[in-house]
Design a protein around this ligand. Structure first.
Ligand SMILES: [Mg+2]
Length: 304
């Protein structure tokens, strides 16, 4: 079963989750109604040695990447992080100072992003074979400065403009290969966009699986077609437009705004680029010089 098939299967249970679940599986975070005025947003993510990082990566790298990936999902809803709980499973024979170094790096990052780690669990495998596994469960709330609102994936409308932050492609290989683990979650940018644009900001997602696949998530959730213009894509130095379309782990934001919205070239210190438009229909199209080009396959597939 592919990852997408599995997600579809899980989502088949959504209708039965009950009235407390205001955001079932299908967005960057889930939403649980706490009382009449508040919703708790939460999501969990894994970093697996050998998949998301080299197995023998330093503990500091595991700490950074695991927390920042979760915070990128908070940014993807223009939400505000409240805290996180973390689990670590380590192979037998892991050096004694691994956990201490991990905890110190995690503490440093959690302070920087104002996301206190307030619980967790540490376990050891019985054997030396399994890779380190870190999970981060993050909790967040809608932005108090925006009346507690948060952004979902389903607000794109025909006529919208499609935008991305930063540069895309080559996250794993280019610029020393550091971006996919040392990126800065776009929390401030997302909140600034939300506060500045208000209802003109229609939907938002973070780019973890590759632009084509993540934009397709927006298109599917919103019931629209997204047209991406190849020549507009902001490519990381050394990356091609095709890599910008399909490489994963950019951890930038993709969002749509109303048709008349103009944005500055940079906001909160991050470049912004308009890359396409929203049309009636479904799925994704990619054009170059106004002509449709074949849709590249690719993007991250987490399970095969
Ligand atoms: Mg996400």
């Amino acid at each position: 079963m592919s990852e997408l098939d599995l997600i579809d299967h899980v989502r088949s249970f959504n209708a039965g989750l009950g009235p407390r679940i205001v955001l079932p599986p299908g967005d960057d975070l889930g939403g649980l109604r706490v009382d009449e005025s508040s919703v708790l947003l939460s999501g969990v993510d894994q970093v697996i040695g050998g998949v998301h990082l080299p197995v023998d990566a330093d503990p500091e790298r595991y700490a950074r990447k695991s927390l920042r990936r979760s915070l990128s999902d908070v940014a993807a809803m223009a939400a505000v992080p409240l805290g996180a709980v973390v689990t670590v499973a380590l192979p037998a024979g892991t050096p004694d100072d691994w956990g201490r170094r991990f905890a110190e790096a995690l503490n440093e990052d959690s302070r920087r992003w104002e996301t206190p780690v307030f619980g967790g669990d540490v376990a050891g495998y019985a054997t030396t074979d399994p890779p380190p596994l870190v999970t981060v469960t993050v909790f967040a709330e809608g932005d108090p400065a925006a009346e507690g609102r948060y952004l979902t994936r389903d607000g794109a409308r025909p006529g919208d403009l499609v935008w991305v932050s930063g540069v895309l492609g080559g996250s794993l290989e280019k610029d020393g290969g550091g971006h996919h683990e040392a990126f800065e979650p776009r929390l401030e940018l997302a909140r600034t966009l939300h506060r500045t644009l208000g209802p003109d900001l229609h939907c938002l997602i973070d780019l973890s699986d590759g632009l084509v696949r993540d934009a397709a998530h927006l298109a599917e959730a919103s019931g629209v077609r997204m047209n991406l213009e190849l020549e507009r894509l902001p490519c990381r130095p050394g990356a091609t437009a095709r890599e910008a379309l399909t490489d994963g782990e950019d951890y930038e934001l993709c969002f749509t705004t109303g048709a008349g919205v103009a944005l500055p070239d940079t906001l909160a210190g991050v470049p912004l680029t308009r890359i396409g438009t929203v049309e009636a229909g479904d799925s994704i199209s990619v054009t170059e010089g106004g002509r449709t080009v074949p849709l590249p396959s690719g993007g991250w597939e987490h399970l095969t």
